[in-house]
Design a protein around this ligand. Structure first.
Ligand SMILES: Cc1cc2nc3c(=O)[nH]c(=O)nc-3n(C[C@H](O)[C@H](O)[C@H](O)COP(=O)(O)OP(=O)(O)OC[C@H]3O[C@@H](n4cnc5c(N)ncnc54)[C@H](O)[C@@H]3O)c2cc1C
Length: 504
């Protein structure tokens, strides 16, 4: 039921959504009643106050719209919270029979709009599926329900001496299922890999309501990897209900180093040499001069060597000592100098906190774009991207860091910020900056996303990214979900009729 007193105090977006809600009132009530038979009435919501919370995620563009009185898409028709795989499968069978569209939802921390309803889908919230099912200490695996909060999951493992090695900045505001759905990356990815390297088993509810279980295996050779079809599929092909992940012992020792370098070229070449020498640092973070300056005030060494690297080795004590010694030799070859470790300590304390909302609250247009570039074009790509942003808007702030490094390339994570101005002026600049950054990444032989995924906002670059492979993805989607009922219009795949279009 809509709370009228609340409605009067509503600001713009809520008022518009409320009107939409009033017009649709009753339309989904019969279906909601049938869903309640499966999960219990207390786990089905159609009230306005709940629906509006599911009308957007952390997509910055949606936050700007919301700030000025608009919604990015639609409200969901209902929010349903199943407790396990069986309930999820029963829901999907029912919604399919009725031709109703659905979106699986974790914690809505996605930054590309993947969880935003575009045509009154039903949001299937996984938050009741929040338990560790089993820890297998011999095979070093953990099986967990998809809706478990990431921070709770890691803490429960740590208490038993284990870690899953996946630490996204959003760990406390995201789910384990959401990590796999978006093909995410954590802060120690250079050592443990991205989520696709960590997840080895999945249980999935398919669009026809069948349950597909992919048993965990160290390795297999039985055709293409079916698991990898679903990792990164962002709720378009199936709903992940359980996952099995690799686990490791909590490290015995950790050595954190801060290094100052003369420029981005020297620092990134150093990281490349370390990875190609088969060192396995847990953390490598290189900040360009702009980002270094904001983290090193009062530290003289960064006046002459303005690019900072954090380097952390962890694991068994003798291995850490050996890796540190080889790592420092490589650092010296590239003109790097050890610096005070204060900035690393500060980062560790705030590593799961983001400043982006406070900029948005102050009226700025802040966004982040992460791409992967091969080492051969990385420095040139960075310089071209910085130039292109300045060409779009000389007033824009632009900074970059490289925090996931591999033998063959690295993730370049860029932050840009436009000063407060009317939306009508800012949104075209915001779109032009996105276009520039994605285009240069592709021109440099890179990829448009390292770990945030595609959602709805990045769909328009999927054809250039994939070429014919996008037709393969669409064919898979059509085969598994002929009614286009699972999260339609996301990942550059076909839109549903009458759906709201975002960043077309
Ligand atoms: C401040 C901040 C920092 C971030 N830092 C990182 C980072 O370091 N690394 C990183 O990788 N990402 C990061 N992100 C992005 C985001 O947190 C991740 O993409 C995360 O994995 C999303 O999880 P979620 O549970 O919130 O998913 P949601 O946002 O709820 O959903 C995201 C997408 O996944 C689908 N989905 C969710 N659950 C399931 C499921 N069980 N089955 C099938 N599909 C599902 C949804 O339909 C949607 O398309 C950050 C976001 C914020 C706001």
């Amino acid at each position: 039921m809509t709370n009228l007193k609340h409605a009067i105090a509503l600001n713009g977006p809520e008022a518009r959504a409320l009107e939409q809600h009033r017009q649709d009132a009753g339309a989904g009530e019969e279906l909601a009643g049938a869903l309640a038979q499966i999960v219990g009435a207390q786990n089905v919501a159609t009230d306005f106050d709940t629906l509006i919370r599911y009308g957007r995620d952390c997509l910055p563009y949606a936050k700007y719209l919301y700030r000025s009185g608009d919604l990015p898409g639609t409200l969901p028709a209902a929010v349903v919270r199943p407790a396990n795989t069986q309930e999820m499968a029963s829901i999907v069978k029912l919604t399919r029979e009725r031709g109703a569209r659905v979106i699986p939802v974790g914690t809505c921390s996605g930054v590309l709009g993947g969880a935003i309803p575009l045509c009154r889908e039903i949001s299937l919230d996984t938050s009741r599926m929040d338990k560790i099912v089993k820890i297998d200490e011999v095979n070093r695996t953990v099986t967990v329900q998809a809706g478990m909060n990431g921070g709770d999951f890691e803490q429960a493992l740590n208490e038993k001496g284990w870690t899953a090695g996946h630490y996204p900045q959003s760990i406390n505001i995201s789910t384990v299922g959401g990590w796999a759905a978006c093909r995410g990356g954590g802060q120690a990815s250079s050592r443990f890999g991205k989520i696709e390297d960590i997840v080895i088993g999945l249980t999935i509810v398919l669009p026809d309501g069948e349950v597909l279980a992919i048993a965990p295996q160290a390795r297999r050779a039985v055709g293409p990897s079916v698991k990898d079809i679903f990792i990164g599929s962002e709720g378009t092909l199936g709903i992940v209900t359980e996952l099995t992940l690799r686990i490791w012992a909590v490290p015995q020792a950790t050595e954190d180093l801060v290094i100052a370098f003369p420029d981005v070229g020297a620092a990134t070449s150093c990281a490349r040499d370390m990875m190609q020498a088969e060192l396995r640092p847990a953390i490598v973070r290189i900040y360009d001069a702009e980002e270094t300056a904001s983290r090193t005030s009062g530290l003289d060494v960064f006046q002459s060597l303005p690019v900072m690297m954090f380097l952390s080795f962890s694991g068994l004590r003798p291995l850490v000592a050996a890796e540190k010694s080889v790592g420092l030799e490589i650092v010296a070859r590239h003109g790097g100098k050890e610096a005070p470790t204060g900035p690393f300590r500060d980062w560790r304390e705030s590593r799961y906190v983001s400043a982006s909302q406070s900029w948005t609250d102050k009226g700025y247009f802040m966004d982040t774009v992460e791409v992967t570039l091969p080492w051969s074009t990385l420095v040139n790509g960075y310089e071209r991207m910085a130039e292109r942003v300045r060409a779009v808007s000389p007033d824009a702030h632009f900074g970059a860091h490289w925090s996931h490094v591999y033998p063959d390339g690295a993730c370049q994570y860029m932050t840009f910020r436009l000063p407060p101005m009317p939306d009508a002026e800012a949104l075209p600049l915001h779109a032009a900056i996105w276009d520039a950054l994605q285009e240069v990444a592709l021109d440099c032989g890179g990829t448009i996303s390292h770990h945030h995924g595609v959602g709805v906002f990045r769909g328009k670059w999927m054809r250039r990214e994939h070429g014919v492979a996008l037709d393969v993805l669409q064919a898979l989607k059509d085969a598994l979900d002929p009614g286009n009922l699972f999260n339609p219009g996301k990942m550059g795949l076909r839109q549903a009729d009458g759906a709201v279009r975002i960043n077309p």
